[in-house]
Design a protein around this ligand. Structure first.
Ligand code: PMP
Length: 363
């Protein structure tokens, strides 16, 4: 299947070609059901099997222990910014600890502040968000109700390449932009959330992995819809879920398992994709400047700058004309951002690298 543009946007991201072909077929008819995926009942046996298989696939991909729920929720990652403190910050006397490492973790901090005491343990503001903290800069408290951080800052292109925090404090992590792009030691987190629209599907569904014991901390009186226990009890089918989006995520997990061969393999491919662009950037220091500190460079979002606004505009216009879509940096930051989510092939990245090489030489 040929398309006129390759999708390098910050999200929604590219999906694997084989998944798109199955989706195309399913929009006409899901063969086992005889109906379009856009009109299949969420109460059908078929859809119950979709949810069950998706949950199994996530467990297999992450080697997730049995005492975790796999929930498929709506409201995006943004709703999780509030659902997490509604669960864990109610009546807390000690502050929850948050890392403010960029645009999205800042949103999580602001949402949590409305629910209880929050301490920003480290902020990247003084460093203008170009680096992440070292362990020595993080004096974690062993009595915090939880630690929250964002594993990959999508806007700034910063990614933690280690697990943070103390084992005795529940770790909560927003993995929206690197979920299932590599193994993530899921068993070390009490709660992980990630919307689908970067690495694993279209917008409309958010995956939450939560340790069962954590749910016992839920206060009484939460609105049903904002209480994880409701969705756990209803097997992610409390009200009408986004059947189409969930089905696409199922297809992506099958692709990860059976075509890619698991998350370690996916990580290798993603590493090669990112390295291809970082090598190119580093080879042309007069033209390109990578924004993130080298140790904290994201394998998902390669953020870089050109010498001035005119060069940036020229780059973006030529890239668009050559079929590279979505390269403008986030509106909060400017510059260029090449997002390399799971569905984008190494070959597509090599084509962008060739374009950047030509641009560096000839402008
Ligand atoms: N967290 C991260 C890391 C993100 O990248 C985004 C959006 N790009 C969000 C949260 C917000 O997600 P949503 O739009 O699904 O609410």
């Amino acid at each position: 299947m040929n398309r006129n543009s390759l999708n390098f946007s910050g999200g929604p991201g590219a999906l694997p070609e084989s998944v798109l072909q199955q989706v195309q077929q399913a929009v006409r008819e899901v063969p086992e059901v005889g109906l379009s995926i856009l009109g299949i009942s969420h109460r059908s046996d078929w859809f119950a099997a979709v949810i069950a298989e998706l949950e199994r696939n996530v467990r297999t991909l992450l080697a997730l222990p049995d005492d975790y729920h796999v929930l498929l929720l709506q409201g995006g990652a943004t709703q999780q910014f509030s659902m997490v403190p509604m669960l864990l910050l109610h009546g807390a006397t000690q502050p929850a600890e948050y890392l403010h490492t960029g645009y999205w973790s800042g949103k999580a901090v602001r949402a949590a502040q409305g629910h209880g005491p929050v301490r920003v343990l480290w902020s990247g503001e003084a460093a203008q968000w170009w680096r992440l903290p070292r362990d020595a800069e993080l004096p974690f408290s062993p009595t915090a109700p939880y630690l929250h951080y964002v594993s990959n800052e999508t806007v700034e292109g910063l990614q933690f390449h280690r697990v943070l925090g103390l084992d005795e404090v529940p770790r909560v992590c927003d993995m929206s932009s690197d979920f299932l792009s590599a193994p993530c030691a899921a068993e070390r987190f009490a709660l992980i959330y990630a919307h689908a629209q970067k690495n694993i599907g279209p917008a409309g569904v958010t995956v939450v992995l939560v340790r069962d014991a954590l749910l016992a901390r839920a206060p009484e009186g939460l609105p049903d819809f904002l209480d994880y226990r409701t969705h756990a009890a209803a097997h992610s089918n409390f009200n009408t879920p986004p059947v189409f989006a969930i089905y696409v995520v199922l297809l992506v997990t099958r692709w990860l398992l059976h075509e890619v061969g698991g998350l370690a393999r996916m990580a290798e491919i993603n590493q090669r994709k990112a390295q291809t662009l970082y090598d190119l950037i580093d080879a042309h220091p007069g033209v390109y400047r990578g924004r993130a500190a080298v140790a904290d460079r994201s394998r998902m979002n390669v953020v870089f700058e050109l010498p001035d606004a005119a060069a940036t505009q020229r780059f973006l216009a030529q890239a668009q004309a050559a079929g590279f879509s979505g390269l403008a940096g986030h509106r909060a930051l400017g510059g260029i951002r090449a997002s390399l989510y799971n569905g984008l092939t190494l070959e597509a990245v090599q084509r962008l690298a060739q374009f950047m090489e030509d641009f560096a030489r000839h402008g």
